[in-house]
Design a protein around this ligand. Structure first.
Ligand SMILES: [Zn+2]
Length: 275
C-alpha cells in the first residue's frame, strides 16, 4: 500500500505542490517546487518517511516545478527523471528563468539547479518496488513541454502538473494555449470518471478541474482579444480585472499578469513600435 504526501511550498506567495509517494521500502518524489526552502521541505518529508528516495520525477518544464529539485535530492543518488521534451525545454530555458527569478526570489531561487539525469520514453512504465508510475507525454501546453504521471495500475491517480490549477491564476506566457486546450480536452475524455488529479497548484480534485481550467484559459484569451490595445497599460488592467473577478483567490496573480503582454503579442494586438 502506498501513501501520498503533499508538500505545499508557499515561499514568496507562490503556492506550489510537490508530492512524495511512500511505498513499502522506498519513496518517489514528484516535482521539486521552485525554491531552496521548498526543496528542503521535500527532503524533510522523505527523511521523515525513513526510506530511501528512489527517484524524483518531473511533470513539466517550468521552474516552479524543477527549481527546488537540487535540494530535494541532495545527499542521495536518486535519479531525476523526465521525458526528453521536458528535459530539453528545462535546459534550453533555464538561463532565461535565472534572469527573471533571481531578482524576484533572491537566494530562494537555487544558485545551481539540477537537471534530469535520466530520460523516459512516452508511455514508459517505471517500477520502484511497489510504486508503479507511467508517464503520459503531452508536448507543448501550459509549459513548452508537459507530461503527467499516473500512479498504479488502475491509473485512477494522476500527478497532473499544471494541466489544471485548482482555482488559481495561471501562466499562459509561453503562448501554447491552443495545445493546452487540446491537451485538456484529450485528458477530459480519456481519464476515468473517478480519477483523482494531484495538481501542481492547489488541492487535489477530480476531472472537473479540467473544465474549470478550460474556462479560465478561454476567458483569459477572450479578455486579451477584447481589450483596447491602443492603450496597452489600460488594456492590461482590464484583462487583469476580468480575470480577478473569475478567480476568488489572489494567489499566483503575478503569473496571470506576466501572461497578458505575451499573449497580446502573439495575437498581433500590440501597437507596432514605430506607430
Ligand atoms: Zn506551476
Amino acid at each position: 500500500m502506498t501513501a501520498i504526501h503533499r508538500i505545499e511550498s508557499t515561499v514568496g506567495d507562490t503556492p506550489v505542490n510537490a508530492y512524495v509517494v511512500e511505498g513499502e521500502r522506498g519513496v518517489v518524489a514528484i516535482d521539486g517546487t521552485l525554491t531552496v526552502s521548498g526543496g528542503r521541505s521535500i527532503r524533510e518529508r522523505i527523511e521523515a518517511a525513513g526510506k530511501p528516495l528512489a527517484a524524483l520525477l518531473l511533470t513539466h518544464a517550468h521552474p516552479d516545478h524543477y527549481g527546488g529539485a537540487v535540494e530535494a535530492v541532495a545527499g542521495t543518488d536518486a535519479a531525476i527523471i523526465a521525458t526528453a521534451g521536458v528535459d530539453d525545454a528545462i535546459r534550453r530555458d533555464d538561463e532565461t528563468k535565472e534572469g527573471i527569478l533571481r531578482p524576484m526570489f533572491g537566494d530562494e531561487w537555487p544558485r545551481e539547479r539540477a537537471f534530469p539525469t535520466r530520460r523516459v520514453e512516452p508511455g514508459e512504465e517505471l517500477v520502484f518496488g511497489d510504486i508503479e508510475l507511467v508517464v503520459r507525454d503531452l508536448g507543448p501546453g501550459e509549459s513548452p513541454h508537459d507530461s503527467i504521471w499516473f500512479l498504479g495500475e488502475d491509473r485512477a491517480t494522476v500527478f497532473s502538473g499544471d494541466q489544471a490549477y485548482n482555482h488559481m491564476h495561471g501562466y499562459l506566457a509561453d503562448g501554447h494555449w491552443e495545445s493546452w486546450l487540446a491537451n485538456i480536452d484529450r485528458l477530459a475524455s480519456e481519464l476515468p470518471a473517478g480519477v483523482t488529479l494531484l495538481p501542481g497548484h492547489g488541492d487535489r480534485g477530480g476531472r472537473e478541474l479540467l473544465d474549470w481550467q478550460r474556462s479560465y484559459v478561454e476567458r483569459f484569451v477572450a479578455a486579451v482579444r477584447g481589450a483596447d490595445w491602443d492603450d496597452p497599460e489600460r488594456a492590461a488592467q482590464a484583462v487583469a480585472a476580468t480575470m480577478a473577478s473569475f478567480v476568488e483567490r489572489d494567489d499566483l496573480r503575478f503569473l496571470m499578469e506576466l501572461s497578458i503582454q505575451p499573449v497580446a503579442a502573439r495575437l498581433g494586438l500590440l501597437p507596432s513600435e514605430d506607430s
